[in-house]
Write a protein of this length. Structure first.
Length: 181
């Protein structure tokens, strides 16, 4: 009898884990773009703002800072611009290259084990090109709620997202790379 109950529990828990993963994948598949507020902590420095992601690999973020900081990717380049500085990176050299590619995320999630945290969050962890990436989803609605990256320089970046709006109409020029100051 104990073996029977144990087998039932294993089957039920594996089905619930499978359905959680399936629900996250289904949710991601139905998202073309997502807008959200964020709080980002990079090695203890906290910044806030608003971002829009358009799959694949486009992002526009405006930070709530006096220096007019924005972050923009057109799918190839990643620009971080303030009133006093301008940095250009190849997107494929950054962890955002993976986070902004939902097909890649879906493929990874299918092959990863999930971790349930405090019965509130679902976490997937993977390594790609010397980058450690953790992505987090809400256990109730399966929405993306944040990520944590550790880059090749060992910079820890934790991003929490909230006030999520999915599949809104976007301006056609939102992801245009800004010119240098």
């Amino acid at each position: 009898m104990k073996k029977f109950i144990l087998i039932i529990l294993i089957i039920c828990s594996s089905k619930s884990f499978a359905s959680i993963k399936e629900n996250i994948i289904s949710n991601l598949e139905n998202i073309d773009n997502i807008n959200f507020n964020f709080e980002q902590n990079i090695n203890g420095k906290i910044e806030r703002g608003n971002c829009t992601i358009k799959y694949p690999k486009k992002i526009f973020c405006k930070y709530n800072l006096g220096n007019q900081k924005i972050l923009v990717s057109d799918g190839k380049s990643l620009i971080i611009k303030t009133s006093a500085s301008y940095y250009r990176y190849q997107l494929n050299k950054t962890p955002l290259n993976y986070l902004l590619n939902k097909e890649y995320l879906i493929k990874k999630i299918k092959n990863l084990d999930q971790r349930i945290i405090e019965n509130k969050f679902i976490n997937f962890n993977f390594f790609e090109n010397d980058n450690e990436i953790n992505i987090f989803f809400d256990i109730k609605n399966y929405n993306l709620i944040g990520w944590q990256t550790l880059d090749i320089f060992q910079n820890l970046s934790v991003t929490y997202i909230n006030s999520i709006i999915i599949n809104q109409k976007l301006r056609s020029n939102l992801f245009v790379i800004p010119k240098r100051n």
